[in-house]
Design a protein around this ligand. Structure first.
Ligand SMILES: C[C@@]1(CC(=O)O)c2cc3[nH]c(cc4nc(cc5[nH]c(cc(n2)[C@H]1CCC(=O)O)[C@@](C)(CC(=O)O)[C@@H]5CCC(=O)O)C(CC(=O)O)=C4CCC(=O)O)c(CCC(=O)O)c3CC(=O)O
Ligand SMILES: NC(=O)C1=CN([C@@H]2O[C@H](COP(=O)(O)OP(=O)(O)OC[C@H]3O[C@@H](n4cnc5c(N)ncnc54)[C@H](O)[C@@H]3O)[C@@H](O)[C@H]2O)C=CC1
Length: 228
């Protein structure tokens, strides 16, 4: 009896959690893009902070009221959502506390081919993307999407605890050295690939452990210098 119940539970457990149709990860450059956020509550505050951190060209928040923590620099439009607010917008976030309004925003964005996120969930009108949890370590951004906000954040925190600080040093070094390797036009492509692999591989990690950051950087410069 217990085993049958357990088996049923396991079968249920294989169903997708939440809406897992958001399955194509991208990293967006929004520095030339115009974003509209509909709703001015706590979720808007979090999303606006992340957008500002990403250097978005312009953000407008449209809402009848605004949370006190909403960044002061962001443009505010005291109004309820209207389709005319979508003019000139590249990306929209439907974060009002009304399912019907969020539905309408998603519909209007689909009609206009504007990419849209919604903070609540809907099977019929899910929008185009969800915002994952993120962990930033120097130039490295790790994102997590698990189909449940709390699980997503918890996995992100688990990854943060397991972060190897040597990866941050590798990424910072690679940011400087990769352009030099790529610009070495006289090097055969396979040699360039080999150098880039060595700068990112186990040997690089071992050098960092053994020789410290400065020793590693000297090795990396020599590796490039020897062939350029
Ligand atoms: C589908 C998605 C849509 C989207 O927003 O894109 C969505 C939906 C919903 N979130 C809800 C609740 C909460 N979400 C958070 C926090 C975060 N939520 C984020 C993403 C997403 N949330 C997308 C899925 C991402 C994925 O899994 O792939 C994070 C990762 C990124 C971000 O948005 O910044 C950010 C991490 C912040 C961090 O960095 O720690 C907190 C905690 C807090 O507020 O402090 C709570 C309260 C606690 C709880 O309930 O878990 C509810 C129920 C609302 C209700 O009760 O009605 C819904 C609706 C529903 O599930 O139906
Ligand atoms: N994705 C996520 O991480 C989370 C999502 N949620 C969902 O997001 C929704 C919003 O959450 P909160 O910001 O905490 O709610 P909130 O109640 O603090 O804010 C909602 C905002 O929407 C505005 N609004 C209402 N009707 C509007 C309209 N027609 N046009 C423009 N703005 C309008 C309100 O005036 C208010 O400023 C919740 O109802 C919930 O479904 C909630 C928590 C986390």
């Amino acid at each position: 009896m217990t085993r049958e119940w357990a088996a049923d539970w396991l079968v249920l457990g294989t169903q997708p959690i939440g809406n897992m149709s958001f399955s194509y990860p991208v990293m967006l450059d929004l520095t030339q893009r115009h974003v509209a956020v509909f709703g001015g509550g706590a979720v808007a505050v979090r999303k606006v902070r992340a957008l500002r951190h990403a250097g978005v060209a312009s953000i407008v928040v449209v809402s009848p009221d605004f949370h006190p923590d909403l960044p002061a620099e962001v443009r505010r439009l005291t109004d309820i959502y209207r389709p005319s607010h979508l003019e000139g917008i590249d990306l929209a976030l439907a974060v009002t506390n009304s399912t019907a309004v969020n539905d309408q925003i998603v519909r209007d964005c689909l009609d206009r081919r504007i990419w849209v996120n919604r903070a609540d969930t809907s099977a019929d009108l899910p929008g185009d993307f969800v915002t994952p949890a993120q962990l930033q370590k120097g130039p490295v951004i790790v994102t997590v999407s698990a189909g449940s906000a709390s699980l997503t954040a918890s996995i992100r925190d688990g990854l943060a605890d397991r972060w190897d600080d040597r990866w941050t040093v590798l990424a910072e070094t690679m940011q400087k050295l990769r352009p030099l390797v790529v610009a070495s036009a006289h090097l055969p492509p396979e040699r360039r690939s080999e150098i880039l692999r060595r700068l990112a591989g186990d040997e690089a990690l071992e050098r960092l452990t053994r020789d410290g950051v400065e020793g590693f950087k000297t090795w990396a410069r020599e590796l490039i210098g020897a062939v350029s």
